[in-house]
Design a protein around this ligand. Structure first.
Ligand code: ATP
Length: 786
């Protein structure tokens, strides 16, 4: 092996990084601050172990994304001659353990070619179950059912455990969801019948394998000598137990993580796993990486000031040896529209005046919905951008159709794939026929794959002759597809697209939709070609089942950066984890948005704070943060209170700028006026101040599906009305001497005198164009501008 390169990887490390890499006598935890070089340490550790004589396949390294795994593998394989990509057992928890489950699938009663259901397949299955169990689909929504099932699996609660648990029963009763246990039972049963697993099952069944099968445990323990784990702070209970079962309490576990960046609590990540690492592995040695190599001093200091407000954390002093750099800049905007305009303008300026490339800039936000206006504003200025982690390619309808056929070739029992493809493209098997087939399957316990192949069963189901013939032809089509060579991936995919009729269905029209569908299908074929090349280069198999497995593991964070292209990246803060950009803008720092309206407890708030910490620490040189004082939500304009986190970051290295006057009317005159007079109007209007004083009503009911009470809705409308019509509905009209106002006919002016009472109240206004006028406020329709 290439010994001459070994010193170089150690040379690139700081003292403490090297100590961590070289320590190999027991479990270790590397507490790594943001930007402190976790990736470098993990790669070096792997090389070091290989140098010490560990065979590459005896080191298991678990990363958070497939992308990180690929990068790690290619760095190691390119630096170490003789080490092959395929020899490295590096991947996400899900991909590594999926391979293990396939290997031992017979122990679990699954066929080796099982399918992994994605979210839409899970939802579709749950909907059918809710219908079959005659449950109220308003109460038992797929989202609620799936999140409860996911929680149960991530806590390793089996269907039987669930049924026997008084605590869970009580909780479900309290939530009026007593039948959740039946939904869970049916869901697991149907997955099993379809020879399918969902994402959580991968870890769940891995745990079962290690717990219940002594021979599997021994085999794996003999194989895995060293375990490296990245992003340890985001492991959940199921992963925690899995690691312990695999390695034991004295095992050679090398965990790297940053408690301050634990942001997946909503998915079951348990911060205690890192906080209490030593309890699980008593002989642990802890290393702290505290130098942030990424960001300027100002950015690091502001981020530190924020995170010190969290109680649950491991103490560390993150510092930067770089310059102070620009101050972190916090900008108040009067509406989300103004905010988007401002950010787009900053991008323009950074590009033209500061010579940033677009690819150096990222705009981060808390929720996907915030991207729409940003996109609009960037488009207006012809700024190229890309939404990262948006709708997955594999969630596109036409791609799902092709994938469903491919899954069926691989796994004939996949009932979701049967129901998706049976009449897609249309072949005369309508919804009544489909329901009858499903009913027979449910009532008599037949597999769908058996029914569609059997004329007698189809007639028992009540299908007429025509429909029966069509179903049988569909089944023959599937049989024919299964005779194709599954190792010739490109050929099987192109033939499937043609033979199933999907090509004619999607690719014949000339309208924009058909063109885009055709492009997507072509993109799939291009992707497959690329996949075959990559697999080949890495010495890995590229058959149909390999492809399906790898695609089922693709996550939002796996998108490859296109290094040749220049565009601004837009993404949620979650999607930005692990990334870095010279300039980072963070939008929407408002209460109930960031922190999210859902974070009610102190624990939730701490997670939101960590999320903001992740956002700030993505920045290398510059960080701009914005918040809007009002936002259009659920059909109403509502006032927004600035995020509590903004107070927390105030101080050295942070500069704030208040917004200019509000523009609720979107009147170009008002806008022009604002621009002209912005210096003298740097305070939010009294209406906003007043609205802010309202006790916080749930504002984002649409987005968060929160159920606002009627009273709150009325209150929101009232605020909204006040904001949209700042003067007309106010009892005292809110006009005082000195106020700047706008009249629909007379234009801009200044109030000189206010006199009279109630309906007779009047104002004398000095207008810029027509001079002084006395107006009855009841009728005057004055718009107050300050
Ligand atoms: N010893 C070092 N000397 C100089 N630069 C380093 C050193 N270690 C890491 N870096 C650089 O610091 C930057 C941050 O490293 P990396 O992305 O691995 O950090 P990280 O710990 O994963 O950060 P985060 O958790 O915030 O995503 C990278 O550009 C990396 O090349």
């Amino acid at each position: 092996m290439t010994k001459q390169i070994f010193p170089s990887y150690l040379d690139k490390l700081s003292d403490v990084q090297r100590e961590a890499v070289e320590y190999c006598s027991g479990p270790a935890l590397v507490v790594a601050g943001a930007g402190s070089g976790k990736t470098r340490v993990l790669v070096a550790k792997m090389m070091h172990l290989i140098k010490l004589g560990y065979q590459p396949w005896t080191i298991m390294a678990l990363t958070f994304t497939n992308k990180a795994a690929r990068e790690m593998k290619s760095r190691i394989a390119s630096e170490l001659d003789g080490v092959k990509f395929r020899d490295l057992r590096v991947g996400t928890f899900h991909s590594v353990f999926l391979r293990i489950i396939r290997r031992f699938s017979d122990k679990l009663g699954f066929n080796r070619d099982f399918t992994i259901y994605d979210t839409s397949e899970q939802k579709s299955l749950i909907k059918k179950i809710i219908k079959d169990l005659s449950l109220d689909d308003k109460k038992y929504t797929p989202k609620i059912c799936l999140s409860n099932i996911s929680n149960a699996k991530n806590r390793l609660v089996s269907v039987e455990d669930y049924r026997n648990s008084d605590t869970l029963k009580k909780a479900d009763k309290r939530n009026r969801l007593e039948s959740l246990v039946d939904v869970y039972t049916a869901y697991q049963q149907r997955l099993f019948e379809s020879n399918a697993l969902d994402f959580d099952d991968i870890l769940y069944y891995s745990n079962i394998l290690l717990r219940d099968f002594e021979d599997v445990r021994q085999t794996l323990r003999n194989e895995v000598k060293y375990l490296l784990i990245d992003e340890y702070q985001d492991t959940n209970f199921s992963q925690y137990v899995l690691i312990q079962q695999l390695m034991g309490p004295q095992g050679l576990v090398f965990a790297v993580g940053d408690d301050a960046q634990s942001i997946y609590g909503f998915r079951g990540a348990n911060l205690d796993n890192i906080l209490k690492f030593e309890e699980a592995y008593p002989s642990t040695k802890i290393f702290k990486l505290e130098e942030n190599y990424r960001s300027t001093k100002n950015i690091v200091n502001v981020a530190n000031r924020l995170i010190q407000n969290n109680i649950r954390q491991i103490k560390k002093e993150v510092f930067s040896s770089r310059d102070k750099g620009e101050k972190v800049f916090v900008k108040e905007c009067f509406s989300e529209i103004k905010e988007a305009e401002y950010l787009a303008q900053q991008v323009s300026e950074a590009h033209s005046r500061k010579h940033y490339s677009y690819r150096d800039i990222a705009i981060l936000y808390r929720t996907n919905a915030q991207s729409r206006l940003l996109e609009q504003e960037l488009r207006k200025r012809a700024i190229p951008f890309k939404i990262q982690g948006g709708m997955s390619f594999f969630a596109i309808k036409e791609i799902k159709d092709v994938m469903a056929y491919l899954k069926l070739i691989n796994n004939p029992n996949d009932s979701e794939a049967i129901m998706r493809t049976i009449n897609q493209p249309k072949r005369g098997i309508g919804s009544t026929s489909q329901e009858r087939i499903m009913l027979l399957a449910r009532e008599r316990g037949y597999a769908l794959s058996d029914i569609i192949a059997d004329e007698k069963l189809l007639s028992q189901a009540g299908l007429n002759k025509g429909a029966t013939k069509n179903v049988l032809q569909y089944n023959e089509l599937l049989e024919a597809l299964r005779t194709l060579d599954q190792n010739d991936l490109k050929s099987i995919v192109t033939k499937t697209i043609k033979l199933t009729g999907l090509y004619d269905f999607y690719c014949q029209g000339n309208d924009t939709e058909s063109i885009s569908q055709k492009e997507n299908i072509n993109e799939l074929i291009n992707g497959i070609t690329q996949y075959e090349i990559n697999q080949h280069e890495n010495g890995e198999d590229a058959g149909l089942s390999d492809f399906l497995t790898d695609m089922s593991l693709v996550t939002d964070q796996d998108a490859e950066d296109d290094k040749d292209q220049d565009y601004v990246s837009l993404m949620t803060v979650h999607a930005a984890k692990g990334l870095e950009y010279p300039m980072v803008m963070i939008a929407g720092l408002e209460e109930e948005l960031f922190p999210s309206a859902y974070s009610k407890s102190e624990k939730d708030l701490e997670e939101e704070r960590r999320l903001f910490y992740v956002a700030i620490t993505r920045a290398k040189e510059e960080c701009i943060i914005t918040h809007a004082t009002s936002r259009y939500q659920a059909g109403y304009r509502t006032s927004s209170v600035e995020s509590r986190f903004l107070k927390e970051i105030e101080g050295d290295g942070c500069e704030r700028e208040k917004g200019y006057i509000s523009d609720f009317s979107n009147d170009p005159d008002v806008e022009r006026f604002q621009r002209k007079n912005h210096e003298s109007f740097d305070r939010p209007s009294w209406q906003l101040q007043e609205a802010r004083n309202y006790d916080r009503a749930p504002k984002y009911q649409d987005r968060y599906e929160a159920t606002a009470t009627k009273k709150n809705c009325r209150r929101l409308r009232k605020i909204d009305k006040t904001l949209d019509n700042p003067i007309y509905d106010n009892v005292d009209y809110g006009v005082y001497p000195g106020n700047r106002v706008k009249h629909p006919k007379f234009g801009f002016g200044t109030v000189i005198i206010v006199e009279g009472e109630g309906a007779n109240k009047s104002a004398t206004v000095e207008f810029e164009t027509i001079g002084t006028k006395k107006l009855l406020l009841r009728f005057a329709k004055l718009l107050r501008l300050d």
